[in-house]
Ligand binder design. Structure first.
Ligand code: ADP
Length: 496
């Protein structure tokens, strides 16, 4: 009887269940969206119960459509939207409020307050993070503040808190497991990533009782058993858990220090494996836990680019240059002028600049500049911004980048990937299976379940769709990058 690993990919807008076979091939996918709740401008919330029910429904569809019996699932892995926070009643299992989503800015005041008290360095030196509404800590505080008797119930041990992985495992286990993994814990801004424990000082600063928080475990190992009532009469173990970006790093098999992945979506998410030592950033990156495996922690540096694929959407929707994003490739290849720079700082600039005020700009226009030239320059801006972050990573990690592994929607663009390799002067590898997030969760679960034997076994199966090698000379690459740096400087000067 053939066995499989089932990955649950609980994303920001949809839940997916993906069935992987022993060759890491996708055998079936089921996906369903759920409701986004916008009660006020800047707020984003989810109904945690709806998320749970959506997960149950995609698991059922996935198995049914695949014609696979529940006992053919060797183990389940979970990867989830990170930082999104749920608080629920221990006795009833019901959430006491909507889940607050990572993007939501409703806790900005709590963070401003922490900053104004000068806690920036304290938080960074314990959690590796910047103080930001993004992370879970201020979300728990907000929910307790906005629930009648919330603080008291929390102190009496009547409330539990967790990220979405924790919530799902609590529900799927019939309320028996209150657990998370290192990668998710490291995004709460409550977890001391250096001492590997919930940080008492930060909990005290935010007045969050430690008894609300889950037990933190290795990302690969036994987390909980899904109760038979939730898995079609069969109990199956959850053996792998990681936050989405860390799961993608694992799914890209970036197992050794110096290996990095970039996801080209709406924005870019870059993570670099820095090994067993946490590297604190001097260049605007955050330090995070990539995963815990066999009792050992692997750390990562993380940086994000705010505007990447969305700049291509801008060309498509606002400038009406083309009807679909993939057409940008052909246009870029037809461009003649190579001296234009587009700085897509539509919402400011992220790492390593951290400039909220910066706005977009175009440099080097001539009478002949056309949409092909502008499209090429916009695609190039994704590659330059990626180099900005990778250079910061190299400086922080004091390590070189051997290879960049890529995924996400815009990684399908061959022009962009070749140019990325040229600008970085390193190999760029796009895997055959770009579902790296779900694959990462499946690998973590499958390794713990003995479905796969070792990371070496996984690495041996390279499965690259395409490998890009630099064809541009190092001198030319450097010249071009200097032009980009000048353009960024000029754009920032204008917005000052
Ligand atoms: P997200 O998960 O952030 O929604 P995806 O990984 O689905 O993003 O990627 C979608 C983004 O990638 C869009 O912004 C789109 O403009 C861009 N994109 C998709 N295909 C291409 C392509 N062939 N060339 C350039 N950009 C693309």
């Amino acid at each position: 009887m053939e066995k499989f690993i089932l990955a649950i990919d609980q994303g920001t807008t949809s839940c997916r269940a993906i069935l992987f076979d022993h060759d890491s091939k996708i055998r079936q996918v089921a996906q369903r969206e759920f409701t986004q709740i916008f009660r006020q401008p800047g707020w984003v919330e989810h109904d945690a119960n709806e998320i749970f029910l959506t997960v149950e429904s995609v698991m059922a569809s996935c198995l049914q459509n695949a014609g696979v019996q529940p006992d053919q699932v060797a183990a389940v892995g979970i990867t989830n939207q990170r930082e999104t926070t749920v608080v629920w009643n221990r006795e009833t299992g019901l959430p006491i409020a909507n889940a607050i989503v990572w993007q939501s800015r409703q806790t900005a005041e709590i963070c401003d307050d922490l900053r104004s008290h000068g806690y920036e360095d304290l938080i960074r030196s314990r959690t590796g993070l910047r103080i930001d509404p993004y992370f879970s800590a201020s979300k728990i505080r907000w929910i307790l503040d906005h629930t009648e008797g919330g603080q008291q119930m929390a102190e009496e041990g009547k409330l539990l808190a967790g990220t979405i992985d924790t919530w799902l495992m609590y529900r799927l286990s019939g309320g028996t497991a209150h657990v998370t993994d290192y990668s998710n814990a490291s995004r709460t801004m409550l977890y001391n990533i250096f001492e590997k424990k919930w940080d008492e000082r930060i909990l005290a600063l935010l007045n969050i009782p430690a008894c609300m928080l889950p037990e933190v475990k290795d990302s690969s190992g036994h987390f909980a058993d899904i109760d038979a009532t939730h898995f079609f009469g069969h109990s199956v173990p959850i053996m792998g858990v990681a936050g989405d970006q860390q799961a993608a790093l694992f799914g890209q098999k970036c197992f050794t220090p110096g290996m990095a992945k970039n996801t080209y979506g709406t924005g870019c998410f870059l993570l670099m494996n820095t090994g067993s030592e946490p590297k604190v950033s001097d260049n605007g990156l955050v330090t995070t836990i990539a995963w815990g495996y066999k009792g050992e922690i692997t750390y990562a540096l993380e940086g994000s680019v705010f505007v990447a694929g969305s700049a291509i959407q801008w060309l498509r929707d606002e400038l009406k240059f083309f009807a679909a994003s993939p057409e940008s490739e052909e246009l870029a290849l037809a461009a003649k002028d190579d001296s234009i720079y587009v700085v897509p700082a539509f919402v400011g600039l992220g790492a390593p600049y951290w400039d909220d005020r910066a706005r977009g700009a175009i440099f080097g226009l001539t009478r002949g500049s056309d949409r092909a030239d502008l499209t090429r320059a916009t695609l190039q801006s994704l590659a330059y911004q990626t180099k900005d972050v990778l250079d910061a990573m190299k400086a922080d990690a004091k390590d070189d980048i051997s290879v960049l592994r890529v995924d996400g929607g815009a990684s399908a663009n061959n022009y962009l990937m070749q140019f990325q390799s040229d600008v970085l002067q390193c190999q760029v590898v796009r895997p055959q299976n770009v579902e790296t997030t779900a694959l990462g969760a499946a690998y973590l679960a499958g390794l713990a379940a003995g479905y796969w034997q070792s990371m070496e076994e996984l690495s041996a199966d390279q499965g690259a769709d395409k490998i890009y090698e630099p064809v541009m000379s190092p001198q030319e690459a450097e010249e071009k990058y200097k032009g980009w740096q000048k353009a960024v400087e000029a754009a920032r000067f204008f917005s000052r």
